[in-house]
Design a protein around this ligand. Structure first.
Ligand code: AVJ
Ligand code: FE
Length: 431
């Protein structure tokens, strides 16, 4: 139990160090709304603290509110993002002080809790709070990507050399596979319960789609050929005027460049494409002679071990990720070239499933058979059946605690401010 507590403490501290780094910027940048899709960063900061207080200090520790009357301001369901800047939010200094006060009470709760009920078993609710903070840290990173002006963040570049795997596509044989988990102690409600699914034979790209390959689609008129797009996708492409991934730019002098966190750089042909919406991913896949993988296909490619028939936690095994396995955790402010993480490959030879870019799947976001909302309906259940699509695998902006072979992310099919890319599947499948 002592070591479980120490581990949870480390995860909570790591999350806070990242939140602090993302919010140690001029006050004007913290309170400004950089995009109508995003909250002001100062909202995320106090929302992180408010969720932590709700679950740890108040629910587990039975403490009274630290600051009266602010719950409503930080309830994501009461106020759409676009209206958050006009609320009487805590200012930057007040938000920081509030977050520190909450964290002090968290340490007391963690110290005295026996981990002996549904919520706290194996430290679940503490890990849930650490995952929640890290998820907002990825959202805040996306807000940084949307802001205008000189760079505020810096990190060493992601690996620029890699050995692309020998096979371009990997064949995944037909058969049953275990999807989801009933045993991973910190898995969230939508990853549960484990269940078996028959997946017909299919093929999948050994690496995510690169900028170079995506440029082929752009150059081949991909954005002006309705037959490559779904009806809904084509309508969106026209209304939004899409012509290339978000943050790409072409001019006669420099050719194709893209802007990442305030820096404009030449488009690297071997890096995974990022900032495409579901509709673009789907059109690209059709152009490439394939389709998007289903969630079950993606998970089988990522977890299935042909030697044992078991589903692993990660493509490389059950051990937590290291810097050799995957580009996670905001160590770099962009994806690494394909082939940069041979140690992270799956048994059948599929690379970079975890980290670098989230991968769009064709699957709508739904509960698994036997789904039970836990501990609150607003984490997953209220989003089921509402047009959201599932993304898998995590990005360079995702922390390891919020990323595993079973982890499910979701967003609307028109969204491209998230760090999302594409991997193509081939074959008839079960779609
Ligand atoms: C799982 C990333 C879709 O940001 O909406 C944060 C995570 N849930 N606070 C989101 C989440 C509540 C969620 N995603
Ligand atoms: Fe949240």
């Amino acid at each position: 139990m002592t070591s479980a507590r120490a581990l949870l403490r480390r995860h909570l501290e790591r999350a806070r160090a990242r939140t602090t780094a993302l919010t140690s910027i001029p006050e004007t940048e913290l309170v400004r709304q950089h995009s109508p899709l995003m909250s002001p960063l100062v909202w995320d900061l106090a929302h992180i603290a408010n969720q932590e207080e709700r679950w740890l200090a108040r629910t587990v520790g039975r403490a009274a509110p630290i600051v009266d009357g602010i719950d409503d301001l930080y309830d994501a369901f009461r106020h759409p993002r676009a209206t958050r800047p006009s609320l009487p939010l805590l200012g930057p200094e007040e938000a920081r002080r509030y977050a520190e006060a909450v964290r002090e009470s968290t340490w007391k709760v963690l110290e005295h809790n026996d981990f002996d009920d549904d919520l706290t078993r194996d430290g679940f609710v503490f890990a849930m709070v650490a995952q929640h903070e890290q998820q907002h840290d990825e959202t805040m990173l996306a807000t940084h990507q949307l802001r205008q002006g000189p760079p505020l963040l810096d990190a060493p570049p992601a690996p620029r050399t890699g050995t692309p795997p020998p096979q371009v596509r990997v064949r995944i044989p037909a058969g049953e596979v275990e999807i989801g988990t009933s045993t991973d102690p910190w898995a969230l409600d939508n990853e549960r319960p484990a269940h078996r699914v028959f997946v017909p034979e299919f093929e999948i790209d050994a690496v995510p789609v690169t900028n170079g390959r995506y440029l082929g689609f752009v150059a081949d008129g991909g954005y002006s050929r309705p037959e490559l797009w779904s009806e809904e996708g084509w309508r969106h492409r026209c209304e939004a005027g899409l012509e290339a991934p978000q943050f790409w730019r072409f001019d006669d002098d420099s050719g194709w460049t893209r802007t990442m966190f305030g820096k404009t750089v030449p488009l690297h042909p071997d890096e995974p494409v990022v900032h495409v919406c579901f509709h673009e991913a789907e059109a690209f896949a059709r152009w490439a002679g394939g389709r998007l993988p289903t969630e079950a296909e993606w998970e089988k490619a990522a977890r299935w071990d042909p030697a044992t028939g078991r589903s692993r936690r990660y493509p490389w095994g059950d051990d937590d990720p290291t810097a050799d396995h995957a580009n996670l955790g905001q160590r770099h402010l962009g994806p690494a070239v394909v082939g940069a993480y041979p140690r992270g490959a799956s048994p059948l030879g599929v690379h970079q499933l975890i980290g670098d870019v989230w991968e769009w799947t064709s699957s709508p976001f739904e509960g698994y058979p036997g789904f039970r909302a836990f501990p609150y309906r607003e984490y997953s259940e209220v989003f089921f059946g509402d047009g959201y699509r599932v993304l898998r695998g995590g990005s360079f902006g995702t922390d390891e605690i919020a990323c595993r072979g079973t982890f499910r992310n979701w967003d609307l099919p028109i969204r491209r401010q998230i760090f999302a890319g594409v991997r193509v599947a081939y074959g008839e499948g079960d779609v």
